[in-house]
Design a protein around this ligand. Sequence first.
Ligand code: NZQ
Ligand code: ZN
Length: 385
Amino acid sequence: MINFQIQNPTEILFGKDQITQLPTKVKEYGTKILLVYGGGSIKGFGLYDKVIELLQAADCEIHELAGVEPNPRLSTVQKGVQICKDNQVELILAVGGGSVIDAAKAVAVGATYDGDVWDFYDKTAVAQSALPLGVILTLAATGSEMNRGSVVTNWELKEKRGAGTTFPSFSILDPTYTYSVPKDQTMYGIVDMMSHVFEQYFSHTEHIQVQTRSCEGLLKTIVEYAPKVLADPEDYDARATIMYAGTVALNGQLTPGVETDWASHAIEHAVSAIYDIPHAGGLAILFPNWMKYVYKENTDRFKRFAVEVWNVDPAGKTDDELALAGIEATRTFFDQIGAPSRLADYDIKNEHLDQMASHATRFGTIGGFKKLEKEDVLQILEMSL
Ligand code: NZQ
Ligand code: ZN
């Protein structure tokens, strides 16, 4: 295990009706609020009205940044930064999924910075301060509710980039708010959280049994509960399990002291910067192909994955057969929950593969498990067509 130091300051308020604590929470940080939300799904199931009612009861001055896009745009973030600066906003409240939260994080760091917020994403500046941020999560997927990552797309440059920004001060996680998430988005969330675990599980670091078992337990739980939420969107216990799984998968506690990978995410960001496809749609296609491309770097890890996560019977199988059976089981599971399997499912052909491979490797090799050069990425993209 590698030496590590971890700290996560986000306060989680988990469970049904935790929103009743919103007025008290808000008052801890200030009452001039920027409410950030997406395309309006929160109005469809009454959450918007509830939030407004509670904020008004707490005598808040409410400003709004509405219409945050899935794969949030820099231009939207810049609008939010301006609203904060013009109105001396004291607290940002994000109500939505990963896109809304990521945009709100960008606004939070941009509002206390004199330059352009994109500086944090193209790594010419590091966020030193931020407005406080509260979150009300409506979609289980990214883990953004309990980490400091934020991913924003600069549409003019065709660049989708992540940055370390700011942790939410508090996040309200009420599983009933995810009842209305459509089947495809529920599936995408499941693929995304599983992918976050994969990025951390496939590692060469040794003596990481706590982290390894935690990853395997989390993956098995997601695999067990995914069919339940897909079959019955209002199964509270299943929604709660999947919601908490998404948070645990990427809140920094799962694999401290482990060298992680993240190449598949880098490749996916390069794809969705050009094609604007759902993040996890890209991951569902790319991840099994990445696995096939890299497994020989550490076949033992992939054998273990097959046996421990997918219950593959090792009897009579060679090392390669066992490793490949685990990868096949991953693909089969993604197929069963309705995830896409080829770039062609999004009408993506081979015309921009070179551009995407260059983009993914523009700062050098990617991935901790196998260091991928542009040519490697190109091959994984070709396998994914
Ligand atoms: O726009 P609204 O109306 O909110 O609708 C959204 C959107 O259309 C809808 N939705 C959300 N909650 C709903 C709902 N529909 C009905 N009922 C509800 N309760 O779902 C659609 C997708 O929302 P989005 O926020 O885009 O999804 P997700 O949470 O998957 O976030 C994806 C973004 O997060 C980034 C991705 O790259 C992508 O931009 N990521 C962020 C990470 C992080 N900050 O740590 C890590 C991830 O790996 C990922 O890269
Ligand atoms: Zn992801």
